[in-house]
Ligand binder design. Structure first.
Ligand SMILES: NC(=[NH2+])NCCC[C@H](N)C(=O)O
Ligand SMILES: [Mn+2]
Ligand SMILES: [Mn+2]
Length: 298
């Protein structure tokens, strides 16, 4: 199946500028050659146009959901792109940009199918404008997609055919208090780093994939590069110590590839080249995308 790359140079959902250069850094790291190597035909659709923060009214950055009108415009376009890509029989590979873009990817992937989602992340990204400590929308995409809290009133942000029962978050180690409560009150399945310590990444990821794929047409896999330990992925805006290792990340992505019949869309987000060292986080993002799409040693 053809892979269609969609770049979203978005940083309005995150506090730190620089994550808008993520798609470019990932391409520079050799994404298309790497995917060609594994016999996946790829088409690059280029980047969506994202306004610069400097062109916007600074007032928009002073709310409890910064630049939400811009996030809405971009995610609405991204949802259309993802939906068109799927309608053409291709697999969307979305390159971020900050994690707010998952609102668009999920909405597009869930437009014509029941979907599940596996969320590889240090954070649970399930805040709402009422609970966010930062106002950054990249901390809210799961709540938005699931229509939780204030997002119940913003249909553009919801993924119509995604239910909590089919959402699994893997690798948590930074959860805000209201997020903890929301996860407890929901049917979302969440695995912390302690679960990975105790059970191993293979067991946990297998279970997460089973949760996500149960009874649905396909799954979305969202890979936030801060899922990895900052020693392997220093180029992210919100690093948290104690993440998965290089090897663990590859094992998990190889398990995703084992479910290629279910994989409907893949997204790699939060690569921030200005915080990176010699593009190593973008290179790792490229490698991990390739593992998720079927690259093997032998
Ligand atoms: N996609 C991310 N990197 N999210 C980080 C979120 C951090 C924090 N929980 C917040 O809401 O601001
Ligand atoms: Mn994160
Ligand atoms: Mn995230």
């Amino acid at each position: 199946m053809t892979i269609r790359t969609i770049g979203v140079p978005m940083d309005l959902g995150a506090d730190r500028r620089g994550v808008d250069m993520g798609p470019s850094a990932i391409r520079y790291a050799g994404l298309s050659a790497t995917l060609d190597d594994i016999d996946r035909s790829t088409v690059d659709r280029g980047d969506l146009t994202v306004p610069h923060a400097e062109e916007r009214d600074p007032e928009r950055a002073a709310t409890n959901a910064k630049y939400l009108p811009e996030v809405e415009a971009i995610c609405t376009r991204l949802a259309d792109e993802v939906d068109d890509t799927l309608a053409d029989g291709a697999l969307p590979l979305v390159l971020g940009g900050d994690h707010s873009i998952a609102i668009g990817t999920l909405a597009g992937a869930a437009r014509d199918a029941e979907i599940g989602a596996v969320w590889f992340d240090a954070h649970s990204d399930i805040n709402t404008p009422a609970t966010t400590p930062s106002g950054n929308v990249h901390g809210m995409p799961l709540a938005a997609a699931l229509g939780l809290g204030e997002f119940a009133d913003t249909p553009w942000a919801n993924a119509p055919n995604l239910s909590e029962e089919n959402v699994a978050i893997v690798g948590l180690r930074s959860v805000d208090d209201p997020e903890r409560e929301r996860i407890r009150d929901s049917d979302v399945t969440a695995y912390t780093m302690s679960d990975i310590d105790e059970r191993g990444v293979v067991d946990v990821t297998e279970e997460a994939l089973a949760v996500a794929t149960d009874g649905v047409d396909g799954i979305h896999v969202s890979l936030d590069m801060d899922w990895l330990d900052p020693s392997h992925a220093p180029g992210v805006g919100t690093p948290v110590r104690g993440g998965v290792t290089y090897r663990e990340a590859h094992s998990a992505m190889e398990l995703v590839a084992d479910h290629d019949d279910a994989l409907r869309s893949l997204e790699v987000v939060e690569v921030n080249p200005i915080l990176d060292s010699h593009n190593e986080t973008a290179e790792l993002a490229t490698e991990l995308a390739a593992s998720a799409l079927g690259k093997r040693v032998l």
